[in-house]
Design a protein around this ligand. Structure first.
Ligand code: GLP
Length: 257
């Protein structure tokens, strides 16, 4: 694992986008695993800029998002309703700014009538696409990777996940409250790739910024490898992993480059 510390979150976004762009240039039909949350927004902005100004071509790129809230989301007609679904987030923050084909983008369907069957089909679709070449990842406040909350086993596959109170509160404050949505409408469950699914990606790119992530970054990268902090699975990931942090998020690390 390579840990890179940048001076600020803008530099983190630029470096992360450069790594993603490198993979796209090397393999134009690559399969990208994408993440949501506030951390990757800058990376997506930078990718959109690279598309517009440098001609970075997404026309053959295939994407699979990590997760989606259960009970909200994209109708299968991809109508991008005004909601706080990750499907809409991806459309607003990235997909509408680049030349990706809508049929090449995949976000778990939070409105699936039979979520368990959907999860199996999502796994199969990742396999059928040839697996994920590069997986972008953030770290949740409780150490979750995707929506794999504390206690989720490292061999877990795409599944329905009960969200912790901390995750619901963090994500409510960041996205649902600013959109004027009442707490009672904050989803309690999500669909998420499992840790095992994510461990099969060929390369990981993990990003974290801000002082409020410093402690969980330390636990993730230098703490005990444990399902209590599912992001700590990075320590047993045997392929190429790059972690890009800003100084604030890296502040508590003992070993950094
Ligand atoms: C959500 C996502 C995670 C993401 C996390 C971090 O819970 N499911 O994939 O890593 O948010 O969010 P933020 O970047 O806003 O701190």
């Amino acid at each position: 694992m390579e840990i890179i510390v940048k001076t600020n979150d803008h530099s983190v976004s630029r470096s992360a986008a450069e790594i993603i762009a490198r993979v796209i240039r090397e393999k134009p039909n690559c399969v990208l695993g994408l993440a949501t949350g506030s951390t990757p927004i800058g990376t997506y902005k930078e990718l959109a800029r690279m598309h517009k100004e440098e001609g970075l071509d997404f026309s053959k790129v295939v994407t699979f998002n990590l997760d989606e809230y259960l009970g909200i989301g994209l109708a299968l007609d991809k109508s991008y309703k005004e909601d706080q679904s990750y499907a809409r987030f991806m459309y607003e923050e990235l997909f509408r700014h680049i030349n990706i084909k809508p049929e090449n983008t995949h976000v778990p369907n939070g409105l699936a009538k039979d979520p368990d069957t959907f999860c199996k089909a999502y796994e199969a679709a990742i396999q059928a696409a040839g697996g994920i070449d590069l997986q972008l990842l953030g770290i949740g406040g409780d150490g979750h990777v995707a929506f794999n909350e504390p206690g989720t086993l490292f061999d877990s596959r795409t599944h329905v996940q009960l969200l912790t109170e901390k995750t619901r509160q963090d994500n409510y404050k960041a996205f649902f409250q600013p959109a004027g949505i009442d707490w009672e409408h904050m989803p309690k469950q999500a669909l998420t790739m499992g840790v095992g699914t994510i461990l099969e990606a060929k390369e990981w790119l993990m990003i974290a910024t801000g002082a409020n992530k410093a402690e969980i970054v330390k636990q993730t990268l230098e703490g005990e490898v444990s399902p209590r902090v599912t992001a700590s699975a990075i320590q047993i990931f045997t392929r190429k992993a790059t972690v890009i942090l800003d100084k604030k998020a890296a502040a508590r690390l003992q070993y950094r480059r």
